[in-house]
Design a protein around this ligand. Structure first.
Ligand SMILES: O=C(CO)COP(=O)(O)O
Length: 129
């Protein structure tokens, strides 16, 4: 069965997310993708991925993804957080990461971790950059 991957990036990390997704586009096309609003739009517009878009993070998108996650509908989370900027929805961000820990769902919060995790998500995937 296809893996369902959540992709989320704070504003200062969106360029990194687009770059990461471009590099791993072949792999990501074999998965079902869900993203917060603005991240999802950029992935669709700039990488050409098919992405199910939730609300933007500050409007509850992290919580929508968290709700699916606790229902067992998310296999892994790539959440490129900006550690240098305060966010009004920080409680939501923490809730999603906490839900990953509660339910033992892998969650990568930086690019290097994301690459390691993505490489494990699709069996026998050979990465060409
Ligand atoms: O704020 C976010 C995650 O906390 C991301 O939301 P957007 O993808 O809509 O910018």
């Amino acid at each position: 069965m296809k893996k369902r991957i959540a992709l989320i990036a704070h504003d200062q990390k969106k360029d990194d997310m687009v770059e990461l997704a471009s590099e791993y586009a072949d792999l990501l096309r074999q998965c079902l993708l869900v993203a917060t609003g603005t991240t999802g739009k950029r992935l669709a517009d700039e990488v050409g991925l098919t992405v199910e878009r939730k609300l933007s993070g500050p409007y509850g998108g992290d919580l929508q993804i968290g709700a699916e996650l606790v229902d067992g509908k998310i296999d892994c989370v790539i959440f490129l957080r900006d550690p240098m900027t305060a966010h009004p929805h920080e409680p939501d961000v923490n809730a999603l990461v906490r839900a990953c820990d509660v339910h033992n769902v892998p969650c990568a919060t930086n690019v290097v971790s994301a690459k390691l995790l993505l490489a494990q998500m699709v069996p026998h995937h050979h990465h060409h950059s």
